[in-house]
Each structure stands twice: as C-alpha cells, then as structure tokens.
Design a protein. Structure first.
Length: 384
C-alpha cells in the first residue's frame, strides 16, 4: 500500500533548538525512511545540511505580515499534492495550515504542547493567572484574538496530539473535543558520556561545589528570580554552592542585574545557550541537582534530559510535571515558593546518597520514553 504524502509545518526547525524543532526533524527523517514522502515548511535560513526530504524555509528577514503570506503560499504549494498536513504549533504555521486544510479539504493533525494565547499574554505581563484559570476569564481584544486563532486551529484539526494527560484536560477546558486527542509522550535524548577533568572544567567556568543547575528559555514564567533570591540562604549552610543557569532569552539582563544587586556574581553563573551536546553533558556531569521552578509545563524535554543524566530533580507541581516526577526521583514544590524550594535544595545538598538514589530512579523511569515508541504511535495515527 502506498504511503501517504505529509507536509509538516513548524515555526521551529534546526538550527533552531527546542522540542518542536527536534521532533519534526526526527519525524520527517524516520517517516521518509519508512517510505512516506515528507516536506517541511518552516521559518529561518538554510543551514546547509542535506536531508532526505525537502525543507521550505521562509526567512525571518521579512516583516511578520509578509512572512504570514509567504508561509501560507508555501503551505498551499506543497499541500496541494499531499495527503496529510501535520502542524506543530498554534501560531503562524498552525493558522496557515488550518486555512489551507479547509480550502483544500485536507486532513489536519495538530501537535499541541502549549497554549500560545496564554504564553503570549503571560510573557507580555497581561496575565498572572495559571494556564487553567486563564481559559475561563475575561480578556482584552488582543488576547481574545489569540484565543480565537488557537481554537480555530484546534477545532479544524481532525486529530490532535498532546505529550501528557494534563494538556488533554486543558483542551477540554478550551471546549475542544477530546475524543480526537491522543497522548504521545516526548522522548529522552541521552547525552554522550564525556571523559574530562571535572576540577579543570569547574575552574574554567568559575563553578564551586554543590552545583544547582537549571536550563531553559529565560522568560518570567520559568521562575529563575525566586531561585536567585534564596541563594543567600543556601550559602549560609553551603558556602561553596553555585547556581548554574543554562539558556538565554529576554529576561537575561534582568536576572544578571538581580544577581549583581544581591552580590551573587561569584555564586550565580550564566552559561547562555548551550547547543553542543558534549558541553551540555559536562555541565550535567559536574552538577549535583537539577531544578525547574516553572509556572507551567507540558511534558518537559529538559526534565527528561536531566533525568537521563541521572540528576535528582526539584520541579513544580505544575502542568505535566507530576505525571513523571515523584518522590522516588525528585521533590515537587509549589511554583515560586521560596520556602519550599529552599527546603528541597537544603535536603538534597545535605545528602549525597539521596541525590544518587533519586538520580538513578529518574534514569530508570525515562528509559521507556523512546524514539521508537514515538514514531510507532505517530505512524499508527497518520495511517488510521
């Protein structure tokens, strides 16, 4: 039987990093290898890498309205001869995919891993509400427009994929028919084992002992400020503690200024964006604890990666975190609760055995989140 032709659309694709970028690249490759004809429509510039499928890119150099139009034309061009449109966002590519799907009467699959309307409103300071409360509140015209766009895409979809049960329940709050929703968990990418001198690496990167690590985009709802603010209390018990922040984003300058105000320049270290897997593996290797103080998550790829690196986890009781972080592999805390975060850090820093035990449990827990499982479930959904 002939395999379907598929157009993937996504705002993120390599060299851009992030969950959607990683998944669409791997999905397109694996499905191409299985005999499907795949095309990817995305943003960005050509990275010069040859792939077994075509990648159509719309440059960021054009203004957003022209980008929207060019994305629509590119999606239309390749969707005309395709069997399925598969989009990985509810922003520009989701909107153009939904419109093209409607006009060409092509089935649409949407991978939903976060609420674009809430994220936009929260990052712009237009809401402080939790993502579930946000759905039933009154909003200004701009936010209502974003919610309309999001729902238009989701309602048009024939099938929706989420990465955790929490997001499935969130869709119910948005009045989306959850009978068309399938949960397909994310995968863990194990970092390479690297042989290097830990002490030299620490010295070169101004790291001391008892290293607390976090990683992610530096945006307000990731809660970095609360961790920085409790570091003076951590230092009272563990004077050699270091807080290593890996990532970049719009909050970088604010976080550096807060670090300066609290006189923590020798305690809080900013690595910026780290994409090299060897360098990332080194940071994990020298770190003792991984913490994610986030207001919202689906199924966090970063937490999976940290668990795959055998790190004990401190994470918030937010979103999908509670579905795979538990007392065996970590400690769950309330978002931005400085007291709970401080107690959790002090507990783990004081007990190396507990660190090792929770790290090993976490490693064993994530072994089931494989690419083979993700590909198999996607194939089944596409072919059904």
């Amino acid at each position: 039987m002939q395999k379907p032709n598929i157009v993937f659309t996504s705002g993120m694709f390599p060299p851009a990093i992030g969950g959607p970028s990683k998944i669409v690249e791997r999905l397109a490759k694996e499905l191409t290898d299985k005999g499907y004809h795949c095309t990817v429509v995305t943003f960005g510039e050509d990275d010069g890498i040859e792939r077994p499928y075509h990648v159509e890119r719309v440059s960021f150099a054009t203004n957003k309205f022209l980008r929207l139009f060019k994305t629509f034309l590119a999606t239309w061009k390749y969707a005309k001869d395709t069997d399925v449109i598969y989009t990985l966002d509810t922003y520009t590519h989701g909107l153009t995919s939904a419109i093209v799907s409607k006009l060409l009467r092509k089935p649409l699959i949407v991978r939903f891993t976060g609420d674009s309307a809430w994220e936009t409103a929260f990052n712009n300071g237009e809401t402080t509400s939790y993502i579930t409360d946000f759905q039933k509140q009154k909003h200004d015209f701009k936010t209502r427009a974003f919610m309309f766009r999001r729902n238009l895409i989701l309602q048009r979809a024939e099938k929706i994929i989420t990465d955790c049960d929490f997001l499935r329940e969130l869709l119910k709050l948005m009045d989306i028919n959850v009978e068309k929703v399938t949960v397909i968990n994310n995968t863990v990418d194990f970092l390479p084992q690297v042989d290097f001198d830990h002490n030299t690496f620490k010295k070169e990167n101004h790291l001391k002992e008892n290293i607390i690590m976090t990683m992610g985009r530096l945006v307000p709802w990731k809660g970095y400020k609360a961790i920085i603010k409790i570091m003076p209390q951590i230092l009272e018990r563990f004077p050699e503690a270091t807080f290593a922040i890996v990532g970049d984003g719009p909050q970088m300058d604010d976080l550096k200024e807060l670090t300066k105000q609290l006189e923590l320049n020798n305690t809080v270290r900013f690595f910026g964006k780290v994409t090299d897997k060897t360098e990332k593996s080194k940071i994990y290797s020298v770190s003792d604890i991984f913490i994610l103080n986030t207001f919202y998550e689906g199924m966090s790829n970063t937490l999976l990666e940290a668990m795959g690196a055998r790190k004990p986890i401190i994470a918030t009781k937010a979103g999908g975190n509670e579905e795979f972080v538990n007392s065996n592999n970590g400690i769950l805390v309330e978002y931005d609760s400085k007291e709970q975060i401080k107690d959790a850090l002090l507990q783990l820093l004081a007990d190396k055995n507990e660190q090792r035990e929770k790290g090993e449990h976490g490693y064993q827990d994530v072994l089931k989140y494989t690419w083979d499982a993700l590909i198999e479930k996607n194939v089944k959904l596409i072919d059904s």
